[in-house]
Design a binder for this molecule. Structure first.
Ligand SMILES: Nc1ncnc2c1ncn2[C@@H]1O[C@H](COP(=O)(O)OP(=O)(O)OP(=O)(O)O)[C@@H](O)[C@H]1O
Length: 274
């Protein structure tokens, strides 16, 4: 059963809404505007894809939601999570939300996993710190989470270290950690880009299932339109810090309205071959 909330008209409620987000980096970063007024909306149980060429501002948009921007970065506009503007929250409150209401998975799972600590140590530490669970309850929840992301033999996995798992399994574990505090929003930044093609599909299916079962609102950042096409319900295309097109996946990827989206699609391998 999905936990997606809907309005009386059957339309899924927006859990996260970005309006007119601007981002300026300070002089030491070359003082320039990175984001020029981004609008995005995420709904529970839906995957919204963010596409666009390298450097278009996809990652910065995700990091802005988590308040993880470079020092001295200046933001404008609003990022509302259930109505609360994250851009005006004091750092302590934003820190409390990060990893709880909003969580992120990165391209390289080693960003989220400490190489010297067992999986159990990392998961239970996180649960005890954020959820204030005692040791026994944290362990039980850790086993449950590893099962949810389909790690075989979760109890044994707790005693293992990151290097003992394949890249795909490490990414699944990073997803388990991201889900530990039952977030409403998951930002997945190129979650399968570092993985073998054969492993990618499994991790993508996992994201879809978690989104459906947990009612997660997912922002899927990827430059890979194949991944986008397999997974996203709706898509925004970014270019040079602006969203140039937003719409349902089918429309954006098969009948794009913007010239730039057409260019991206035309650049797909095999697109122009008979
Ligand atoms: N830490 C940083 N300091 C200064 N500028 C940065 C920093 N990180 C990114 N930028 C700049 O911000 C802009 C947007 O970068 P961002 O990483 O968000 O793009 P992206 O669309 O995610 O690209 P990619 O697909 O290559 O990750 C780029 O011009 C980049 O050079």
């Amino acid at each position: 059963m999905t936990t997606t909330e809907t309005t009386a008209t059957g339309k899924a409620v927006e859990v996260l809404r970005i309006d007119g987000l601007t981002l300026d980096l300070p002089a030491e970063h070359g003082a320039h505007r990175i984001l020029h007024g981004i609008d995005l909306a995420l709904r529970p149980g839906r995957i919204h894809g963010l596409a666009g060429e390298s450097g278009s501002g996809k990652t910065m948009t995700g990091l802005a939601v988590l308040g993880l921007l470079p020092d001295g970065a200046r933001t404008g506009g609003r990022i509302r999570l259930d109505g609360t503007d994250l851009l005006t929250l004091p750092p302590r409150q934003l820190g409390a939300l990060r990893g709880r209401a909003v969580s992120m998975v990165f391209q390289d799972p080693s960003t989220s996993l400490h190489p010297m600590l067992s999986i159990g140590h990392q998961l239970t530490d996180h649960l005890r710190h954020h959820r204030k669970l005692d040791r026994k309850a944290a362990r039980a929840r850790a086993v449950e989470l590893l099962g949810q992301v389909r790690i075989p033999n979760p109890a044994a996995a707790l005693r293992s270290y990151p290097h003992q798992f394949s890249g795909g399994m490490r990414q699944r574990i990073a997803i388990a950690i991201a889900l530990a505090c039952d977030p409403q929003v998951l930002i997945a930044d190129e979650p399968t880009t570092a993985l073998d093609v054969t492993v990618q599909a499994g991790v993508l299916r996992l994201l879809r299932r978690l989104c459906d079962e947990l009612g997660l609102a997912v922002l899927l950042i990827t430059h890979d339109l194949g991944v986008m096409s397999a997974l996203a319900d709706s898509v925004s295309v970014m270019r040079r810090g602006r969203v140039v097109e937003t719409g349902p996946r089918g429309q954006v990827l098969t009948a794009p309205r913007h010239e730039y989206t057409r260019t991206l699609l035309d650049a797909l391998p095999g697109r122009n071959t008979p």
